[in-house]
Structures are given as C-alpha cells and as structure tokens.
Design a protein around this ligand. Structure first.
Ligand SMILES: Cc1cc2nc3c(=O)[nH]c(=O)nc-3n(C[C@H](O)[C@H](O)[C@H](O)COP(=O)(O)O)c2cc1C
Length: 158
C-alpha cells in the first residue's frame, strides 16, 4: 500500500469525493478539507463533514467510507457534486460518474486513486476550542463539522 503525494495540494487544490453507503444506497460529496497521516500506529485519513450534509448521515452510519481523487478534467463534475445535495436530486446520476461497488463501500470508475477507509473515530469539533476569528467566520449560524478518522485499509488505482 503506497501513496505518494503533496498533501497540501491533494485536498485543497485537487479536491476529492467522500462517499459512503452501499451500491443500492449511497451518497457522495466534494471535500477539500482533509488529511493523511498516522494514528494508533495505523495509516489514517481524516475528513471534516458538516452535519447538514446529506453525506454526513451515510458516513456516520456506515463502517467504511472512501476518499477518491480525480483527473483535472472532472473538476467541473466535482464542483457540481459539491454544490448540489443528494437529498434534493439524483446528482450522482446527473454527474455522469459510474459507481463502482467495493467489498465494503463505493467509489467511481473515473477515480485515479481511491482510499478505502474503515472508520475508527468521530468527534464533533467543539467551537469553544476554535480560534474566535475562525469560529465566527465559519460556524456562526452554520452546522458544525464532525471529524471522521478512518484507517486506510486499501488504496485502489485506476
Ligand atoms: C471544493 C469544495 C470543497 C468542499 N469541502 C467540504 C468539506 O471538506 N466538508 C464539508 O462538509 N463540505 C464540503 N463542501 C460542501 C459539500 O460538498 C456540499 O455542501 C455538497 O453539496 C453536500 O452534498 P450532500 O448534501 O449531497 O452531501 C465542499 C464543496 C466544494 C465545492
């Protein structure tokens, strides 16, 4: 299992899709906040999901989630998946991406790389522990983020 990247551009500039559920019932959304590292001697990926996202319910309820990265030509599709909600429409069908069923989760055929993550930890970010300027810019009147940490159990390449 090997993945070499510039972590400061991988999420922030390239973006990713966070997907959870089963092939029959899943949802996906665009993310640009996240991290890769080590915790409890395991390779881990961390994502931050506002509780207002439809995808939040899927990540919260399932043991696995995937983080998938795409070639530049899919950026527009990621923009749409990051601005429409699966709660309101079949945005995945409209995106043109092809869902790919994995043993415990879902990704898309078009992904360059998919990190398969087994959920190890969840915790809502406590606004009281966030610097005031950030808290007022990002959390006043908006749902909190829940941090999910997953063990990276597989890395799938196209
Ligand atoms: C570039 C980009 C990055 C985003 N990153 C995050 C993120 O890290 N966490 C988050 O909760 N929402 C993030 N969003 C917002 C969700 O993708 C967006 O609200 C989406 O419509 C939620 O879809 P859903 O309701 O189907 O889950 C991002 C959106 C864009 C366009």
């Amino acid at each position: 299992m090997n993945f070499t990247t510039d972590i400061f551009t991988q999420f922030d500039k390239k973006w990713a899709l966070l997907t959870a559920g089963t092939k029959e019932k899943f949802n996906t959304m665009t993310i640009s906040w996240g991290g890769l590292g080590t915790l409890w001697n395991k390779p881990v990926a961390t994502v931050y999901v506002r509780t207002s996202r439809y995808t939040y319910n899927f990540v919260d309820e399932n043991e696995y989630f995937t983080i998938s990265f795409y070639p530049e030509q899919q950026k527009k599709v990621l923009g749409v998946l990051g601005s429409k909600s699966g709660r309101d429409m079949d945005k995945i069908h409209d995106s043109g991406l092809t869902a790919k069923e994995l043993a415990d989760s879902v990704t898309f055929e078009e992904a360059e790389v998919t990190l398969v993550c087994r959920k190890l930890f969840r915790q809502e970010l406590d606004v009281n522990n966030i610097p005031k300027d950030i808290a007022s810019a990002l959390y006043e009147g908006d749902a909190p983020h829940v941090m999910f940490i997953g063990e990276v159990v597989d890395i799938i390449r196209a």
